[in-house]
Design a protein around this ligand. Sequence first.
Ligand code: ADP
Length: 190
Amino acid sequence: MLNLVLFGPPGAGKGTQSQKLIEKYGLIHLSTGDLLRGEISQGTELGLEAKKLMDEGLLVPDAVVIGMISNKLDANKTAKGFIFDGFPRTVAQAEALDELLKSKQSAISGMIALQVNDTELEHRLLLRGKDSGRPDDANPEIIRKRVKEYNDKTAPVAGFYKDQHKFTSINGMGSIDEIFAAIDHVIASY
Ligand code: ADP
């Protein structure tokens, strides 16, 4: 199986690159952000709880997202592999993912991190907020809170995969096709 973790701060381009990876490799895309927004639009209890935190730019509890990922892994038993986008976002989530995959005799192939500077990130998110309708993209203060959550809780996840020799960082500031070529090059080395 090819199991990729796409990593990078909000606005780094994980969703865009995921679409291209799905087309090329036939992987299943698991975005916890998309799954949570799905719960919100269906008006589930989980969605209502998550929305409060998401609108504030804060992370939702580990148990919630781990449960969602576990369900999706069970529902896609014959998949060629998965792209994890926006997950794991804490070291506890990364540990849980390793356990989940181990129980399926599988493992993470590697983490690929997209590097984009803060000014460019804020610019991209405000631009996206204009037509995405995402409340967490429209407000500079909330964007800064998300970046702080990322630096405090999510950045350490890179260390988790570095320790396993599964971490590669690439420049996320070129054209979409250039960045995809760089990702592809990393995948070819697995
Ligand atoms: P981004 O574009 O910022 O990467 P996402 O669409 O991945 O955003 O996630 C939006 C929001 O959903 C996050 O700010 C957070 O509140 C919540 N969320 C998504 N994934 C997770 C996760 N793995 N753990 C905790 N919260 C999450």
